[in-house]
Design a protein around this ligand. Structure first.
Ligand code: IPD
Ligand code: CA
Ligand code: CA
Length: 256
C-alpha cells in the first residue's frame, strides 16, 4: 500500500475543507434529520476522494458516508468519511477530520485521520505502528479511571436510540479526572492512539466514522471492544482505551 498516497489524499481533501470554509456563506447545508446535517463540502470532498481513488485503483470498491457503496466485487474497499465532525465544521470549530481507510479481505490494512485546522495527520499501516505527523505514537499509561481523561459522543440522542448515552455519561463522569467532547469520532480515536485521551466510548457509530481510527488505536497498542467486551464494534457500541482502564470503563458504560 502506498502510504504516501493516503497522506497526500487526506491532505488535499483537508485543503478543500479549509478553502471552502473561507467563503462559508456559499456552502449549502441540508438536513438528513432535525439534527443530522450535511454540507455541500462533505459531498464535494467525497466526490474528490472517490475520483482520485478510482483513477488509481479502478477495480477497487469504495464506501463513503454520502454516496454509499460502489461495489466492484473486489477484495479491496476504501472507506471514506469526507468530513467527520460536520457540526464542528459548520460552527467554524477546528475539531473535524477527513478519515480514509483501506480494507483488504475484510481487514483494515491502512488508514489516515487528518485534522486540517489542527495540522495533525494520523496514519497507520497494519503491523507497522501508528504515527502523528510521521512520529510514532502510543496509547497512554494511565491505569486508574480516576486519573483518566475520556471522550464520547451523543449521536444516539439525535437518532432517538434507547438506551442512549446519558446513563453511561452520568455513571462515568463522577469516576474520571475529566471529560472532553470534540465532535469527531475519528479524532477521538486518533487522540486515544496518541495518548492524548485515555479512552473513548460511543454507540450509534458507522464503519466510516471509525475504520481508520480503529487501526490507529490497534497499532498504537490500545484496546477496542464492543459494549459487551466482544468484537462487534461499532454495531454493538465501541469502547476504545489504552487497555489499562478498559474493563473499568466498559463496565460503567453498560452498568455491569
Ligand atoms: C459524527 C461525529 C460525532 C459522533 C457522531 C458521528 P459526522 O460524524 O463523528 O462526533 O458523535 O456519532 O455521526 O456525522 O460528523 O460525519
Ligand atoms: Ca462521521
Ligand atoms: Ca461525515
Amino acid at each position: 500500500m502506498n502510504h504516501a498516497f493516503l497522506n497526500e489524499l487526506a491532505e488535499a481533501a483537508g485543503a478543500i475543507c479549509v478553502a471552502e470554509s473561507a467563503s462559508f456563506k456559499e456552502v449549502s447545508i441540508e438536513y438528513k434529520s432535525a439534527r443530522d446535517l450535511v454540507t455541500s463540502v462533505d459531498k464535494k470532498v467525497e466526490a474528490y476522494l472517490r475520483s482520485r481513488i478510482a483513477a488509481k485503483f479502478p477495480n477497487h470498491s469504495i464506501l463513503g458516508e454520502e454516496q454509499g457503496l460502489l461495489d466492484k466485487q473486489s477484495d479491496s474497499c476504501w472507506i471514506i468519511d469526507p468530513i467527520d465532525g460536520t457540526n464542528s465544521y459548520i460552527q467554524g470549530l477546528p475539531g473535524y477530520t477527513v478519515s480514509i481507510a483501506l480494507q483488504r479481505k475484510g481487514e483494515i490494512v491502512a488508514g489516515v485521520v487528518y485534522a486540517p485546522v489542527l495540522g495533525q495527520m494520523f496514519s497507520a499501516e497494519r503491523g507497522k505502528g501508528a504515527c502523528l505527523n510521521n512520529n510514532r505514537i502510543t496509547v497512554s499509561g494511565t491505569s486508574k479511571l480516576i486519573d483518566s481523561v475520556l471522550s464520547s459522543g451523543f449521536a444516539c440522542i439525535r437518532e432517538g436510540f434507547q438506551p442512549d448515552n446519558l446513563g453511561a455519561f452520568s455513571r462515568v463522569i463522577p469516576k474520571v479526572r475529566d471529560f472532553r467532547r470534540h465532535g469527531s469520532a475519528a479524532l477521538d480515536l486518533a487522540w486515544v492512539a496518541a495518548g492524548k485521551l485515555d479512552g473513548y466510548w460511543e454507540q450509534c457509530l458507522n464503519i466510516y466514522d471509525v475504520a481508520a481510527g480503529v487501526l490507529l488505536v490497534q497499532e498504537a497498542g490500545g484496546m477496542l471492544t464492543d459494549y459487551r467486551g466482544g468484537i462487534d464494534y461499532p454495531a454493538g457500541g465501541l469502547v476504545a482505551t489504552n487497555g489499562l482502564i478498559h474493563e473499568q470503563l466498559r463496565k460503567l458504560v453498560v452498568e455491569e
